[in-house]
Design a binder for this molecule. Structure first.
Ligand code: THU
Length: 139
């Protein structure tokens, strides 16, 4: 796993918590915040955005990475997911695929909650043998 400086972890958790406060989750009432560290050292954040057409909901992690791309960043070295649930929230399958697109296999994915409990994974642990851009080359 790539190591991330402690001050960056602290800043990521704070940004993910900020994202959490902006969540639009009137249907599930399950607010999620996310924050990612870009390869250039910037922090971007996201939250889940739900929709009356439930399937159009977009998770915090994917909105966070999209925010990063919009801000001109396409490489990230860590992503943090914040909820206020005692059970830490792992990224869903769709988010794992999008995380694998933009973070290296050894990059850090960390869940944190209101108690400051944490769980850490590498991208590769969450999605081994991911379908990657290179898999499109031999079409
Ligand atoms: N959700 C996320 O934003 N990230 C996750 O990792 C898990 C699920 C959101 C989607 C939906 O708005 C709500 O949580 C309940 O599934």
């Amino acid at each position: 796993m790539f190591s991330i400086e402690n001050n960056n972890i602290v800043a990521l958790v704070a940004a993910a918590k900020e994202g959490f406060a902006k969540a639009y989750a009137p249907y599930s009432q399950f607010q999620v915040g996310a924050a990612a560290l870009t390869a250039t050292g910037k922090i971007v954040q996201g939250c889940n955005v739900e929709n009356a057409s439930y399937g159009l909901t977009v998770c915090a992690e994917r909105n966070c990475l999209a925010q990063g791309v919009i801000s001109g960043e396409q490489a990230f070295s860590a992503i943090v997911i914040y909820t206020n649930q005692d059970k830490l929230t792992p990224p869903c399958g769709a988010c794992r695929q999008v995380i694998a697109e933009f973070l290296a296999p050894e990059a850090l994915v960390m869940a944190v909650n209101h108690n400051n409990d944490t769980k850490q994974w590498t991208v590769n642990q969450l999605l081994p043998d991911a379908f990657m851009p290179k898999d499109l080359l031999e079409k």
